[in-house]
Design a protein around this ligand. Structure first.
Ligand SMILES: Nc1ncnc2c1ncn2[C@@H]1O[C@H](COP(=O)(O)OP(=O)(O)OP(=O)(O)O)[C@@H](O)[C@H]1O
Ligand SMILES: [Mg+2]
Length: 324
């Protein structure tokens, strides 16, 4: 498989807010370690899930890819071109080819424009189809996300959350992207609606051969819809592997704990176990060595000292114990 998107050693830190007292006392400026040395490839035509607890850096990583953030270190290539040095028309073309879908599509939809006008504008600005063909293309896009044709005449506030997410997806698809990065696209929706949107992503992936990165803190969502899953913990990828195998035999203690905590479908076996013991440490001051060691059941002295490299076989995992 060819890597469409290649991320190498991406690191992003944010300066932490410092109070006046900290400054007077000369306390050093701290940084939030949002993303640390993340490397991963996204293959053409695959769906890659990125999972991890809130604050582990999923959105920051996505925002670095689409250049809403400038990473402090690392490289990103898309279709062989260096993304971080793109300028002018090349950068605009990249921003069309890689589209993001957000948790709340309301924020990215103009409330004063009808859905049809929003889609038509995207088609027009990026010259996707000739002007006379725009109305037909708008109908096609609505059909693709299973919205009725008359949705074009209505405004975003007239739709439910799930329908609005369909509009957000249609808006992203309008510009014919090669890659869609969906950041928690169903987290704000009712569970029943979540399934419908997840199914829509699967259907689109299948019909259009989309390449999709699906970011979520909910492991259950990625189980049936992704080909591979990357698990992040405190800014780092701790495990990345084929979904079915990773769910069957998770290698990292953190992934194991996450999977154990996923509620069982069988009655009487609802996941009562806490996801992971203890609290997520502060990204301002991540633990030394393996950042997971304070919460890990099998950590020993070495884990407190050595940052585990991603050990490749049978799929990459960053754990000194899983390597042995
Ligand atoms: N613009 C910013 N300025 C300062 N700190 C930030 C900024 N964006 C993110 N952070 C911090 O970086 C860390 C990673 O945040 P990020 O939003 O990437 O996590 P996430 O995995 O997407 O979480 P969630 O599941 O809640 O969306 C957090 O500690 C967050 O507070
Ligand atoms: Mg996020």
């Amino acid at each position: 498989m060819t890597a469409m998107l290649s991320i190498t050693g991406i690191t992003k830190r944010f300066p932490a807010r410092r109070g006046l007292l900290d400054m007077i006392r000369g306390r050093p400026q701290l940084a939030v370690h949002a993303v640390e040395q993340v490397s991963l490839d996204v293959h053409k035509g695959e769906t890659l899930g990125i999972v991890g607890e809130s604050g582990c850096g999923k959105s920051t990583l996505a925002r670095c890819v689409v250049r809403l953030h400038d990473p402090d270190a690392g490289a990103i290539t898309f279709d062989g071109t260096d993304v971080l040095s793109l300028k002018g028309p090349a950068r605009r073309s990249f921003n069309r080819r890689v589209q993001m879908v957000f948790q709340d599509p309301y924020g990215s939809l103009n409330p004063r424009m009808t859905v049809g006008d929003t889609l038509a504008e995207a088609l027009h600005v990026h010259a996707i189809v000739p002007k006379p063909a725009i109305p037909a293309r708008v109908r096609e896009l609505l059909d693709l996300v299973h919205l009725p044709a008359d949705a074009a005449l209505r405004h975003p506030h007239e739709f439910s959350g799930g329908q609005r997410q369909r509009i957000g997806i249609a808006r992203a698809l309008a510009v014919e992207p090669q890659l869609i990065i969906a950041d928690e696209p169903v987290s704000a929706l009712d569970v029943s609606v979540q399934a419908a949107i997840v199914n829509l992503f699967m259907e689109l992936q299948d019909r259009l051969g989309l390449t999709l990165v699906f970011i979520t803190h909910d492991l259950r969502l990625v189980r049936h819809m992704t080909h591979r899953v990357a698990v992040m913990y405190l800014g780092r990828i701790v495990e990345i592997g084929p979904t079915a195998e990773l769910f069957a035999t998770p290698r990292h203690p953190y992934t194991q704990a996450l999977i154990r905590a996923v509620p069982m479908v069988k009655p009487g076996r609802r996941g009562s176990e806490a996801a992971v013991i203890g609290e997520l440490p502060s990204p301002l001051n991540p633990p030394p060595g393996c950042a997971f060691h304070p919460r890990c059941r099998i950590a020993d002295v070495a884990c407190r000292e050595t940052i585990p490299p991603l050990h490749p076989a049978p799929w990459p995992v960053a754990c000194l114990k899983a390597n042995g």
